[in-house]
Design a protein around this ligand. Structure first.
Ligand code: SF4
Length: 348
């Protein structure tokens, strides 16, 4: 079912809009300094559309508001339990509230939040997680049904108040439950869906689980925005999301396709090290080009002949090649800058 469109700051979610990428800041914030803003700008430059912050205390609302006024990426305030924090956050230029009306308590408190959200035209996300279901649903041995039931309770309340400026997430740490819940939900409702596997783990398990899960849903046209939860730097969540969306041909940005050899006993160029050095740069390049990082001069350029640009080397002699032909020789110290220049100047 085609979902309805909602607006989160300058990002449209749902309808025919491209799948947007989100992440969540991963630590408490006590001061909004240049270092923090630079990091958030890096996250945005890598392809993040929306960033979420937990707001555990009412004093944190001002901090999140301050951040929202200093970056162009829409900011989501994630609130549990205290409706006053949600109200306070909406005094600042935040773009969405993630809340579960069910854990806010008395109905009038939720009504206050809804009233202000309507006044400020701020959408909500109803975030249902398998690990924090209402107590009567926790023992349900059909988790996907329990997730939907929990969402329907929240939606019923919003519906009674004619509030429809919201999207929904139904998350679980198990791929099958999360898949079934989202698939069933999408057949029944047209609210935009935020996809994600919750508590997915460290880099490798999180990316593997998220890839399988997102492939299943996105290839069926289900899902309007997503977060890859990884117990690691939020930038890695964006790198992973970009790769998954690119593999599914759903990435709205033109991106670099990176090919890189794993190295073997013939290696004379450290592809592992160079990958780490150039990853941040590649994430910001909006060009549809293939870049190769190859471990030896003997096989590298030939094996990566189809790449638009490539790099390999031996000792202090680093070779940059274009469609398999060497175009530049530089020293090891010059390699990163030289390769970056070639990527920036490359035109098809
Ligand atoms: S390109 Fe060279 S180093 Fe890399 S896997 Fe092939 S033979 Fe080994």
């Amino acid at each position: 079912m085609k979902t309805k469109e909602i607006k989160v700051g300058n990002v449209l979610i749902g309808g025919d809009n491209p799948v947007s990428i989100q992440t969540m800041w991963d630590r408490p914030i006590t001061v909004v300094d240049n270092k923090l803003i630079d990091k958030l700008n890096d996250i945005q430059a890598a392809g993040c559309d929306i960033i979420r912050f937990a707001v555990p205390k009412i004093e944190d609302a001002k901090i999140i508001g301050d951040i929202a006024s200093k970056i162009s990426m829409p900011v989501v305030a994630d609130i549990h339990f205290d409706y006053k924090i949600a109200l306070k956050c909406m005094d600042y230029p935040i773009s969405k509230i993630r809340i579960n009306p069910g854990n806010i308590g008395t109905k009038w408190k939720v009504e206050e939040v809804l009233k202000k959200a309507v006044d400020k035209n701020i959408p909500l996300r109803i975030g249902i997680n398998g690990g924090s279901l209402p107590s009567d649903l926790r023992e349900n041995d059909n988790l996907s049904k329990a997730l939907i039931t929990a969402a329907e309770r929240e939606m019923e309340f919003l519906d009674k108040h004619n509030f429809d400026n919201f999207l929904v997430s139904l998350k679980a740490s198990n791929i099958d439950d999360a898949y079934r819940a989202n698939k069933a939900f999408s057949k029944k409702y047209n609210n935009p869906i935020h996809l994600g596997i919750t508590e997915a783990g460290s880099l490798i398990p999180a990316v593997v689980k998220s890839s399988i899960y997102l492939y299943k849903l996105l290839s069926e046209g289900i899902g309007d925005t997503l977060r890859i939860s990884i117990s690691d730097d939020p930038l890695k969540e964006i790198y992973a999301a970009n790769e998954i969306l690119s593999a599914l041909k759903l990435n709205k940005r033109e991106r670099v396709e990176l090919i890189s050899c794993p190295k073997c006993g013939r290696a004379s160029f450290d592809t592992h090290e160079f990958n780490n050095l150039i990853q941040k740069k590649l994430s910001t390049v909006n060009k549809s080009i293939t870049v190769a990082i190859m471990g030896c001069t003997v096989n590298g350029p030939q094996e990566a002949k189809h790449a638009d640009l490539g790099i390999t080397g031996s000792g202090n002699s680093i070779l940059i090649f274009k469609h398999g032909e060497i175009i530049r020789k530089v020293t090891k110290d010059e390699a990163l800058e030289a390769f970056t220049q070639e990527i920036d100047n490359f035109e098809k």
